[in-house]
Design a protein around this ligand. Structure first.
Ligand code: Q46
Ligand code: ZN
Ligand code: ZN
Length: 328
């Protein structure tokens, strides 16, 4: 197999595109495609201030690296979830990456900010770790963005993530989620624009880029990911992809192009009015936001079970640590 650009021996094959590349041209192709995604959806405008959510995994570190190669200055946001060694190693990897590339990083520790780690929150609420974790991460991304003056939050979601989410939403006909799904969620007052510049690359392609660009990332998965429905959807899509290369891409892209606009045209739902949460001041639809409700409930139950002192009260203000490029 030869590189489609220069004819040298190819190192990576992108079967769904019928192309193969040497190391240099794969990296070039990857960066160019990311730029194309950003431009096509007008994800980033010149005056924007960018926050990149960085977990320490391949997707987020590749995203952060490619954004800076494209000339976008993105500050990283790492959320410490308190999931044992997995979280400790995630922070180490992220800090090392930021220091090596001279990038600014903000770290928020969930336990330091809100009083419980994600596993403790799950025990207190009796809900799966991922449900509280997902909610707290979304909350913190937006909250930190608003408090610190960022209007765009970039995440490293790839094609596998997006196709799996689509399959999950279609399987259950989650119309609200289907209408919102996409590479960009528009900015609204108090809500940062959410962008996913890597949404057209498969997980394998992102991993190949990380490897060829020498990015060291955390390989280990969160222990709570095991058994997650998203993994089952990914597995099913991978089986289809092996038999029919390009399936994931067609499934997602054609949905976004043909089905979503029709869904939106026929939607009778008026855009929900947004207001400020009485507890934390963040934008929400009800009187108190879902994040404050979840943590208030967790505190009440944790106090009953003596996991927290009786006078403990939930304070929704996150505590930020700024690791600037000059002091890693
Ligand atoms: S980090 Fe959090 Fe994920 Fe771990 S607890 Fe679940 S949601 S699996 S991306
Ligand atoms: Zn080449
Ligand atoms: Zn709130």
């Amino acid at each position: 197999m030869k590189c489609s650009v220069c004819g040298a021996p190819a190192q990576v094959e992108v079967r769904r595109r019928n192309r193969a590349f040497c190391v240099e041209h794969y990296r070039e192709w990857f960066v160019r495609e990311t730029r194309r995604n950003v431009k096509r959806h007008r994800m980033i405008r010149p005056q924007d201030r960018l926050l990149a959510a960085v977990s320490g995994g391949k997707d987020s570190l590749v995203l952060w690296s490619v954004l800076s190669q494209l000339g976008y200055e993105a500050v990283g946001l790492h959320i410490q979830l308190g999931i044992g060694d997995y979280s400790r190693r995630a922070l180490e990897t992220t800090r090392a990456f930021a220091a090596a590339h001279g990038l600014d990083l903000i770290v928020v520790d969930v336990r330091e900010s809100f009083g419980l780690t994600i596993p403790e929150l799950a025990r207190a609420t009796g809900r799966a770790a991922c449900s509280g974790c997902g909610l707290s991460k979304r909350y913190l991304m937006n909250r930190v963005a608003e408090d610190e003056g960022f209007n765009v939050v970039a995440t490293g979601h790839n094609l596998d993530d997006e196709a799996a989410t689509l399959l999950g939403n279609v399987s259950h006909w989650q119309l609200d989620a289907l209408m919102r799904q996409g590479p960009m969620l528009a900015e609204r007052p108090g809500l940062a624009r959410r962008i996913k510049p890597l949404y057209t690359f498969t997980e394998r392609e992102v991993a190949a880029y990380a490897f060829l660009a020498g990015i060291s990332y955390q390989h280990e998965e969160c222990p709570h990911a095991e058994g997650a429905k998203s993994l089952l959807y990914k597995e099913l899509l991978n089986r289809l992809e092996t038999r029919m290369p390009g399936t994931k891409q067609v499934f997602l892209e054609q949905y976004l192009k043909k089905v979503q606009p029709a869904l939106r045209d026929h939607s009778v739902e008026a855009e929900v009015e947004l207001r400020r949460c009485e507890r934390c001041g963040s934008v929400t639809t009800g009187a108190v936001c879902a994040h404050c409700k979840l943590w208030d409930r967790a505190y009440a139950r944790a106090k009953k079970r003596h996991l927290l002192p009786p006078d403990a009260g939930f304070d929704p203000r996150p505590k930020l640590h700024f690791l600037t490029r000059s002091e890693p």
